[in-house]
Design a protein around this ligand. Structure first.
Ligand code: AMP
Length: 232
């Protein structure tokens, strides 16, 4: 770290950003770059959970995607990036969601085994068994359709459930559709579009406004550019 960068940090308060490994981390890197922040270690090769950046007072912590809202709610992280799917299921309260970053884009869908007549089952009001990690979103979706369903909470590999008779349908995230195809499943309903958002601790936003504001502004600009490159 250069002397100038060290000086830059003087008199500034620390900022901690919570990210999950994988797509969210990878797609947040360009946004951080736009804010002049470079993460100095790669979470895929480093075992460290606290990663330094080129800014002496900015650190990145690596947590599970579903834990990001919790770290931010309690102020252990000042801000974080979490998917809409995670935020909907999270019980975390009092988080600001100032920016839809337009990253880690995918959609949430209902899928069934090939050959299962979903339309007919819905028409006759069958009581479907629905396996999902996204129980709130699934419950709301079927309630809106006026269907009584039994929700079975799973923590992963949802695609397996209809194949072994655990459920009739699944509610899962779909990106390329390859996972569904590989498991002989088909999408029958698109529930909602999913992107990742910035979440901010309320107290941090008040107490560290000077440090945070430029980063939030850069994120906002960069996310507008992601959404429609011609606006950038
Ligand atoms: P794909 O085969 O590209 O359609 O990806 C589907 C698999 O990746 C499913 O197991 C999903 O749960 C998972 N997945 C897809 N997009 C996301 C995302 N944005 N966040 C978390 N998991 C995802």
């Amino acid at each position: 770290m250069s002397e100038q960068e060290n000086k830059e940090g003087e008199g500034q308060q620390e900022l901690v950003l919570a990210l999950s490994k994988g797509r969210i981390f990878d797609e947040t890197i360009p946004l951080l770059k736009a804010a002049g922040i470079e993460v100095l270690e790669d979470p895929e090769t480093s075992r460290k959970l606290i990663l330094p950046t080129n800014k002496p007072k900015v650190r990145v912590i690596i947590v599970r995607a579903t834990d990001v809202p919790t770290y931010v709610q309690y102020g252990a992280a000042d801000f974080g990036v979490a998917g809409k799917d995670v935020l909907q299921e999270s019980g975390a309260t009092g988080l600001y969601q100032p920016i839809d970053l337009q990253i880690a884009r995918c959609h949430m869908a209902v899928a069934v085994r090939k050959g299962f007549d979903y339309e007919a089952a819905v028409r006759r009001g069958a009581r479907l068994r629905v396996a999902s990690k996204y129980v709130h979103a699934a419950r709301e979706h079927f309630a809106k359709k006026g269907l009584h369903v039994d929700i079975i909470k799973l923590y992963g590999s949802m695609e397996l459930a209809p194949l072994v008779g655990l459920s009739d349908v699944i509610v899962d995230l779909v990106s390329t559709g390859n996972t569904l195809k590989a498991n002989n499943l088909v999408e029958v309903e698109r529930i909602q579009e999913i992107t990742s958002r910035l979440v901010v601790n309320q107290a941090s936003l008040k107490l560290k406004r000077k440090e945070m504001q430029p980063i939030l502004e850069a994120f906002k600009q960069a996310s507008v550019a992601q959404e429609s490159p011609e606006k950038a």
